[in-house]
Ligand binder design. Sequence first.
Ligand code: FMN
Length: 360
Amino acid sequence: MTFTTRFTRLVGIELPVVQAPMAGASTPELAGAVCEAGGLGSLACGMLGAEAIVAAVAQIRSRTDRPLNLNFLCHREPAADDAVLRRWIERLAPYYAERGLEPPPADAIARRPFDDEACEVVESVRPAVVSFHYGLPAPDLVGRVKDAGSLVLSTATTVAEARHLAENGCDAVIAQGAEAGGHRGMFLTEDVAAQVGTMALLPQVVDAVDIPVVAAGGIGDARGIVAAFALGASAVQLGTAFLRCPETALPLAFRERLDHATDETTVLTNVLTGRPARGLANRVVNELGPLSADVPPFPLAAGPLLPLRAAAEAAGASDFSTHLAGQAAPLGRAVPAADLVRTMMREAAGIARGLGEDEA
Ligand SMILES: Cc1cc2nc3c(=O)[nH]c(=O)nc-3n(C[C@H](O)[C@H](O)[C@H](O)COP(=O)(O)O)c2cc1C
């Protein structure tokens, strides 16, 4: 099995493995380790300010000068609709009452879409790759990113989204199947029920666009990697598989929940942030969702949950925590990220050689 693909040639990396950007979970240490191992490390910038991004990039570059991906969000900033927010806070009122808590200000969680300031950071640090989630920013910003010398990637959850990205300047597209941990990258559709699994989505996207396709969602080990290449992927993007690596920023409770995850542990829910995301179910997800029509738009749903989360976590409970993970969570291994990348790719080569020989 050759590891040289259209994607590795385009980006200039050794192995066709992208460590998924994971806001709140991925760290400079994780990205640096994956870059050093020959894959593409990613820094999730969706919840970071300009200074924090520059500092994180400097930290990674003090260790490696290999290609790096900076990832940004492209949601539309929600209009301030007090009625929707009030309704949400009313839904949460019994939980506040249980603990004698007050709701926080609505903007307590900052998730800013890619804007002029973020673009200036890209122009100053010039990463090899900039990936977006929830579509693309305005065409002039896409142009500025390209002029800075960065390749542009974004996530598609349908064939129509993949075509849109290919026609609007993307150099490669990430096909994100419904198994994926984290937020759905959906941006031309709001139909959560129609979201497609990786096995069905990937070959249809490969057929629809001329640019390299990166497979994401439910790829938990070498078997999934080989399957993705068989379906036409030029690279794989793994998130959940990296979560248990020591380099991630996961709180202990999240790690312990992953230790006990099964194939049935995750659900697609909009209750935690206002956008559909796959994660470990918990009390608030089960009681108000998993999908609720009452949630304010992303990211406003998250703010009012913060004091509840803090109080519950202080008492050792994950009842309100945002523990995002995908359906392949049980396949994850608690080993250093570089070992994980190298081992998975070695195993993938072995599996590819023995395809068609089962143990029966
Ligand atoms: C904890 C977590 C956080 C994530 N945050 C982001 C993010 O900030 N930006 C992004 O583009 N994708 C994010 N994702 C989605 C990943 O890019 C990717 O689509 C997904 O992890 C692939 O599926 P898998 O988890 O089954 O490997 C996140 C995923 C997880 C598990």
